[in-house]
Structures are given as structure tokens and as C-alpha cells.
Design a protein around this ligand. Structure first.
Ligand SMILES: [Zn+2]
Length: 78
């Protein structure tokens, strides 16, 4: 079974729509069942939506970095 950290690493790819359908479903299921990850995702999504309005259609590096930091602080790795 995958860990939060694995999902966290993929959230930005998910938002970039770089994942296949199966992986998207796995992530969506995890988000439904994991409070910390869903909070992260909501925050990231909002940021990405703002950023994508004309500036960039990719998740900014800064957001990725902040996401990883947040995950390190909040997700169990074991
Ligand atoms: Zn999680």
C-alpha cells in the first residue's frame, strides 16, 4: 500500500494532469480517506488555479517545494 509521502509526491503531477486514469483514481481515493492530504490538495489546487489564470499552466516550483515541506511535516512516512 502506498504511503502519504508517495501521494504527496504525485499531487503536483495530478494537478498538471500528467497522471494516467488509474493513478488519478488512487489519488482521489486517498484524498477521500486522508485528512492531511486532502487539506494539502485543497491548498495546492487553489494556488494552482490562481497561478494558471494566464501566468502558467504548470504548478510553480515554489508550490511544489511548499507542498513537499508540508508533507514532510504532516505525513507519516512509516
Ligand atoms: Zn495521506
Amino acid at each position: 500500500m502506498k504511503k502519504c509521502k508517495d501521494f504527496c509526491d504525485r499531487l503536483s503531477d495530478y494537478l498538471d494532469k500528467e497522471l494516467g486514469e488509474n493513478e488519478c483514481i488512487l489519488i482521489e481515493e486517498h484524498l477521500d480517506n486522508c485528512g492531511p492530504c486532502s487539506l494539502i490538495f485543497e491548498g495546492l489546487k487553489t494556488t494552482v488555479l490562481v497561478c494558471s489564470k494566464g501566468i502558467s499552466d504548470e504548478v510553480p516550483e515554489e508550490v511544489r517545494a511548499r507542498l513537499k515541506q508540508f508533507l514532510r511535516n504532516n505525513c507519516r512516512t512509516d
